[in-house]
Design a protein around this ligand. Structure first.
Ligand code: FES
Length: 114
């Protein structure tokens, strides 16, 4: 688990950035916390610097919107989803559980090989 900081430092409508294997952005949407990879999949922009619109964040560079629940972009110019990560709060401290590449992309199809 990666400590992000005090929950009180991320009030509703705000975000925080923490370094995991890559930078991760944590958003507080009306008291519900979401974490996604911080770097836009289109170009090198920090999504934690973007604008929250409901449960989506708009990239500050070219305005692609990413759903914070799934990581999927709503449309161009971004085409690939960002990874999503679990967030927990323990004793007022926010933690991110960084996803592996395999299970991070919401909706990804995992084929079982028998
Ligand atoms: S860098 Fe995010 S949409 Fe272009």
């Amino acid at each position: 688990m990666i400590p992000v900081g005090a929950l009180s430092d991320i009030p509703p409508g705000e975000s925080a950035r923490v370094q995991g294997e890559v930078a991760i952005a944590v958003f507080n949407v009306d008291g519900e916390l979401f974490a996604i990879d911080d770097t836009c999949t289109h170009q090198d922009a920090s999504l934690s610097d973007g604008w929250l619109e409901g449960c989506a964040v708009e990239c500050p560079l070219h305005a692609a919107c990413f759903d914070l629940r799934t990581g999927r972009p709503s449309g161009p110019p971004a085409k690939k989803p960002v990874r999503t990560h679990r967030v927990t709060v323990d004793d007022g401290i926010v933690y991110v559980l960084e996803s592996s590449d395999v299970d991070a992309v919401a909706g990804a199809v995992v084929e079982e090989v028998s």
